[in-house]
Design a protein around this ligand. Sequence first.
Ligand SMILES: NC(=O)c1ccc[n+]([C@@H]2O[C@H](COP(=O)([O-])OP(=O)(O)OC[C@H]3O[C@@H](n4cnc5c(N)ncnc54)[C@H](O)[C@@H]3O)[C@@H](O)[C@H]2O)c1
Length: 132
Amino acid sequence: MNVTIFGTGYVGLVTGACLADGGHDVVCVDVDEAKVAMLERGEVPIFEPGLNEVVSRNVRAGRLAFTTDAARGVAHGLFQFIAVGTPPARTVPPTSATSTKSPARSATRWMGTGSSSPNRPSPSARPTASGP
Ligand SMILES: NC(=O)c1ccc[n+]([C@@H]2O[C@H](COP(=O)([O-])OP(=O)(O)OC[C@H]3O[C@@H](n4cnc5c(N)ncnc54)[C@H](O)[C@@H]3O)[C@@H](O)[C@H]2O)c1
């Protein structure tokens, strides 16, 4: 399944790498160009035991890619995870969604612009919530 993760920090990178290791096709989007460049060179910017190997293995297998291109990320994933940092409580209330709104805005901006992804159903084919 095609999956997109916004934010390649502790949560996003580990989640993306593990999903890729489980056979999913993952694109990780981050606004930090230096971090994305590092990851593309095979350098992992955080320490998690074994993460280097999992990232390298899945990049080599073509199941894990990194980009700063939000449009590419939105076009890729049937599922879109937002794992960006949240602001410290000193500056804004901890419940603020300011940070998560940014990738959410990117997602809604690029959705519906068409996708070449074979795994992504057209809007009419997507499942809808059904209730009682
Ligand atoms: N790390 C933990 O143990 C942990 C535990 C529970 C909850 N969380 C929550 O999970 C979220 C992520 O935490 P983390 O530790 O991975 O943070 P992090 O700071 O390590 O990583 C966040 C990443 O998001 C990127 N980013 C910021 N804005 C972006 C945008 N608009 N689009 C794409 N990428 C963007 C940053 O460049 C950074 O690489 C936070 O909300 C945090 O509170 C983290």
